[in-house]
Design a protein around this ligand. Structure first.
Ligand code: MLT
Length: 304
């Protein structure tokens, strides 16, 4: 009998495969053989002596103490690419929300007051105040060309945008997969100087922490848009707030609300929704579920 502890709500489809007599699955238990987790923080958790594997039902593993797990001989699996479509859709939505000032305009429109003539006058004013720009006239920079970055790049191309990509691990094959029309930047700074909007699809590590800081924001074109659906600390929030206040940035769209961003007019902050679709949750849970099962039953390591 293998014991699987779930630390977050995991899609039932992913748990189905454990639904036979050899498995016990529960959100509370002692001495689990494996843990399935989404974004719950495991850094302060005592690693049970019984633990053999952790399955992260998502891409990022920064909520898991990988080094400590390795020292204890615990294998860690994740689900790269399983939620790429969901995140891509959210990035596209974010680009459109920012380009057309939709959130600010919606907020303005739902607070209109007065009689019909008064409302009409305010509609005319809003039409002027919230006029936006179109995507085909702009260049998107994509930092990180893994499963999500590639999908975002190709979707932006389909919308008529020029796309510049950067990835330190970019191979010729990967560039071909991206499409020859996607230009490669030689560095993050090169990419930032060439784009009007930038989106990040990289893990959080020592190299990517505060990848966007005040120097880099100054190197961007005035009125640029930063999209962050990766991890909050990739962006230096204070630097972004200063750039928004000075007009250097037109908007900051992210998946990480914080006290500092609260009430900021040019910030669209969502509650970590990028991968929150039924389809993505199922894909991730099934992918890590299969890996955990294969590891526990056969000792196979497909991705750790
Ligand atoms: C990811 O890293 O893939 C996301 O954080 C997934 C999630 O929302 O759990």
């Amino acid at each position: 009998m293998y014991k699987i502890l779930t630390l977050n709500n995991i899609s039932p489809k992913g748990l189905d495969q454990f639904g036979h007599e050899h498995y016990e699955v529960a959100s509370e238990m002692s001495q689990p053989d494996a843990i399935m987790v989404r974004s719950a923080n495991m850094h302060d958790m005592e690693i049970p002596a019984s633990l053999k594997a952790v399955g992260r039902a998502g891409a990022g593993v920064n909520n898991i103490p990988i080094d400590a797990m390795s020292e204890c001989g615990v294998a860690v699996f994740n689900a790269p690419g399983a939620n790429a479509n969901a995140v891509k859709e959210m990035v596209l939505a974010g680009m459109l929300l920012a380009a057309r000032n939709i959130c600010q305009a919606w907020d303005y429109a739902r607070h209109l007051e007065g009689d019909d003539a008064g409302v009409h006058k305010q509609v005319e004013a809003g039409k002027k105040q919230y006029a936006g720009f179109e995507l085909p006239s702009r260049t998107l920079g994509v930092v990180g060309l893994g499963a999500i970055g590639v999908q975002v790049a190709n979707a932006a191309r389909a919308l008529g945008m020029r796309v510049v990509g950067y990835d330190p691990h970019m191979t010729v094959n990967r560039a071909w997969q991206l499409d020859a029309a996607v230009e490669q930047a030689v560095s993050v700074d090169d990419l930032l100087s060439r784009c009007d909007m930038v989106t990040f699809h990289v893990p959080l590590n020592d190299y990517t922490r505060h990848l966007i800081n005040s120097d880099r924001l100054h190197n961007m074109k005035r009125g640029s848009v930063v999209l962050n659906f990766a991890r909050d600390a990739i962006v230096d929030e204070q630097a972004v707030l200063a750039a928004l206040a000075s007009g250097q940035l037109h908007a900051y769209v992210c998946d990480f609300p914080s006290n500092g961003l609260k009430g900021q007019d040019k910030v669209i902050a969502l509650p970590h929704l990028g991968a929150s679709t039924r389809e993505a949750e199922e894909n991730c849970a099934v992918m890590v579920g299969e890996q955990l099962r294969d590891y526990l039953e056969n000792g196979n390591v497909r991705n750790s």
